[in-house]
Design a protein around this ligand. Structure first.
Ligand code: TUI
Length: 311
């Protein structure tokens, strides 16, 4: 039991990242049914899509689940209202500051857990009324900050009095045990759930993760202000060329438009954005969600139980 499992009413202290396009009700319900916190990712979708997803998820699980709002989505204000109306159990946010939405969500009784990539935003989120923060290291897939999980988590833990969930580079019990040693009260994983049986993505996406090595990811879009970690392919090579040529924001952005859909729905291995974390190199098989979670915590508990002084 940790502060997070008690706060939310879940068995295992693990969140499934609310990955745009990838994390629909299928994976969210599977993770919640397995005892973690499943999270539906809004990404760039609109409020009608998310309302429907919430209803479908409620049909598949009576366990708590959450919704992630990607704050760069222009429809974030409308989505925020729908989440308050629907009184979802947990809201996580990413790619921006959740401050202005927190009072409305708290009034609706929602547990609010922003993702942060640095100490300053963590402190601001605590001041604005967040219940916990997810400290996400640059090892993660998708939109990333600059600081590694190893350096970020203890600094956020020291800076705030609310619980901290560690994210970035965690896909087995060793990562879970390490995160707890850094002071985290739970972990959030994304990549390992992309390699699950239940996730509703193209088989080519799963295969890309299974085949990835430690060095297979690249961060593109830094120069456009939206750094995104994804598996190296023809698209990332084109991105890199544009960035080296100091192409305009518009040119770089145009290359990325629709690329996540191409990866998740079409399985377009050349032109799709296959967002994944650096830990993809360690994810080598497709497993049911229940096996992933139970295996992870059996291993973490064994490691922590047998831990001995280091010298
Ligand atoms: O949000 C994520 N990961 C994401 S969002 C996404 S969809 C997307 N697609 C294309 C381009 C951009 C996004 C894919 N992956 N993770 C949470 C996260 N938040 N990581 C980093 C941050 C972050 C970074 C800077 C949060 C706040 C921030 O500064 C905000 C501020 O105003 O200080």
């Amino acid at each position: 039991m940790t502060k997070i499992t008690e706060m939310i009413g879940i068995k295992y202290p693990i969140f499934q990242g609310g990955m745009a396009w990838v994390a629909d009700y299928h994976i969210a319900a599977a993770v919640s049914n397995a005892g973690g916190l499943g999270i539906i990712g809004c990404g760039g979708a609109d409020e009608n899509w998310i309302r429907d997803q919430i209803h479908k998820c409620r049909e598949m699980t009576d366990k708590p689940f959450g919704v992630n709002v990607m704050l760069m989505n222009p429809r974030a204000p409308q989505i925020a209202e729908v989440l308050a109306e629907e009184k979802v159990k947990v809201v996580t946010t990413g790619a921006g500051s959740a401050g202005k939405f927190i009072p409305m969500w708290k009034e609706a009784g929602i547990i609010v857990i922003p993702v942060v990539a640095g100490v300053a935003l963590a402190k601001k989120m605590e001041k604005d009324g967040a219940d916990a923060v997810i400290a996400e290291g640059t090892e993660s897939g998708g939109h990333v900050g600059e600081i590694t999980t190893m350096a970020l988590v203890p600094q956020v833990v020291d800076a705030v009095n609310i619980p901290v969930i560690a994210a970035g580079g965690i896909a087995d019990g060793r990562g879970v045990a390490a995160a707890f040693m850094l002071g985290a009260e739970a972990v959030q994983c994304g990549t390992v759930f992309c390699a699950s049986e239940e996730v509703n993505i193209h088989q080519n996406y799963k295969d890309m993760i299974i085949k990835a090595k430690d060095s297979s990811t690249r961060v593109t879009g830094r120069s456009a202000g939206a750094p995104v970690r994804q598996i190296r392919n023809q698209l990332t090579n084109e991105f890199m060329k544009l960035e080296e040529a100091h192409a305009s924001f518009e040119e770089i952005e145009a290359l990325g438009v629709g690329a996540l859909r191409k990866a998740v729905v079409d399985g377009d291995t050349k032109n799709g954005t296959f967002m994944a974390g650096q830990i993809a190199g360690m994810v080598n098989e497709i497993r049911p969600v229940k096996d992933i979670i139970e295996g992870m915590f059996a291993q973490a508990n064994e490691l922590l139980k047998n831990a001995s002084p280091v010298c």
